[in-house]
Design a protein around this ligand. Structure first.
Ligand code: AMP
Ligand code: GLY
Length: 419
């Protein structure tokens, strides 16, 4: 198969690494790709990922058999629809299906209509009405921009003042923040369950736990994710069964009832408390950095599974998993998720690899021969080991030999599971 991967972050690097192991793979391209992905695929940098027509024409020219769309933006922008219209197979939901992430209002209303467990909510397009409602409800309370905001459009307000300010801060997200959701605060422990689906059958992957806040002890701002581990023990067999029966299957069926066939990866962000799971959010794609810990544990052929999702033939597929644990520590630019410097030289990667780590590039680029930082999240350092404790030790030993100016990482990834 000739495969084209869209995206260039840490998640796409992990996808590329896994796809490259498939015996089905022939030619492999990535747009835009990254210095990490370049080890597996020919990276094409001059086609913008929001130019559907140009992407379709590239895929047609290169006789691409499957386009794998990594990030949410091109999915919400209808890339899969354009590819399918041109007769090109793609892994990922269509524009209408991607609304499950592209519009929090769409997702919340769908869950409410079909009885899928989630926090109570109200929708506002007028800041004053939102503030009046917040005053009535009190804190803690959660304020969310309706549209895409790179994981940063959510404010969990502990005080009334914070909540009222959050309403004004939503303006920073432009049209994505012109409508807002005000949501009941949910207490509990979070986990991510990603699932492959062809719109009929759904196969959950091994559960992972992300670390969304910037600093140790879950302090600081929400980020795209500062690290992850899998499997997540909080998702025991009972919770896993509940997530499948009460959340994943009903969501695919709810979409179908609305006339939408969802194909690709459905990501359920969960809050778990007292043996019950509720949905925090849905994403229409693989998680980042969850993918960087889930795929290293997957023994099955991902390319074969993705093709089955696109074809509607997931029915007879099964997945097999390694018994090991995996952890990924994100090394970020100092200042992230706020302003940070770029173009800082990165070193130590060869040493870190010699210590048994996989290095997934999230925000790097080559300046001549030199690897430099180019994003907020720069690298994901993943290790696997028979136990989570060993994987964590191994990951941090690798992290410690990697350096760039201002580097910031959390030192407590997976601590919750280890305690
Ligand atoms: P989201 O982008 O919707 O996943 O929100 C980002 C993060 O905000 C989540 O991972 C949670 O940590 C937190 N969060 C979102 N909604 C709620 C809620 N209703 N109650 C408590 N925390 C929440
Ligand atoms: N790890 C959070 C996300 O992918 O949205």
């Amino acid at each position: 198969m000739n495969v084209l991967l869209i995206g260039g972050g840490g998640r796409e690097h992990a996808l590329a690494w896994k796809i490259a192991q498939s015996p089905l793979l022939e030619k492999f391209f990535a747009i835009p790709g990254s210095p990490g992905i370049a080890a597996f695929a020919e990276c094409v940098e001059n086609i913008p990922v929001d130019d559907n027509a140009a992407l379709v024409s590239f895929a047609a020219d290169r006789a691409i058999d499957l386009v794998v769309v990594g990030p949410e933006a091109p999915l919400v922008n209808g890339l899969v629809d354009s590819l399918n219209d041109a007769g090109i197979k793609a892994f990922g939901p269509t524009k209408s299906a991607a609304q499950i992430e592209g519009s929090k209002i769409f997702a919340k209303r769908l869950m409410k209509k079909y009885g899928i467990p989630t926090a109570a909510f109200e929708v506002f397009d007028n800041p004053d009405d939102a503030k009046a409602y917040i005053r009535k409800q009190g804190a803690p309370i959660v304020i969310k921009a309706d549209g895409l905001a790179a994981g940063k459009g959510v404010i969990v307000a502990q005080t009334l003042d914070e909540a009222l300010n959050a309403v004004d801060e939503m303006k920073a997200f432009g049209t994505a923040g012109s409508k807002i959701v005000v949501e009941e605060f949910m207490d509990g422990e979070e986990a991510s369950v990603l699932a492959l689906t062809d719109g009929e059958k759904i196969i959950p992957l091994i559960a992972a736990q992300d670390h969304k806040r910037a600093f140790d002890g879950d302090k600081g701002l929400n980020t795209g994710g500062m690290g992850a581990y899998a499997p997540a023990p909080i998702v025991n067999d009972e919770i896993a069964a509940q997530v499948e029966e009460r959340i994943l299957k009903p969501t695919i069926d709810a979409l179908k009832a609305e006339g939408i066939t969802y194909r690709g990866c459905l990501y359920a962000g969960l809050m778990i408390k007292n043996g019950a799971a509720k949905v925090v959010e849905f994403n229409c794609r693989f998680g980042d950095p969850e993918t960087q810990v889930v795929l290293p544990l997957m023994e099955s052929d991902l390319l074969e599974l993705m093709t089955a999702c696109a074809d509607g033939s997931l029915r007879d597929k099964k997945l097999s998993w390694s018994k090991s644990s995996a952890v990924c520590v994100i090394m970020a630019s100092g200042g992230y998720p706020k302003a940070y410097k770029k173009n800082l030289p990165i070193d130590g990667l060869t040493k870190a690899k010699a210590l048994g780590a996989m290095i997934f590039h999230a925000g790097t680029k080559l300046k001549g021969d030199e690897l430099v930082t180019s994003g907020g999240r720069v690298l994901g350092v993943t290790t696997t080991a028979p136990t989570l404790r060993e994987a964590v030790g191994k990951a941090y030993r690798a992290v410690e030999v990697i350096h760039f100016d201002g580097v910031h990482y959390r030192r407590d990834i997976a601590a919750r599971a280890l305690n």
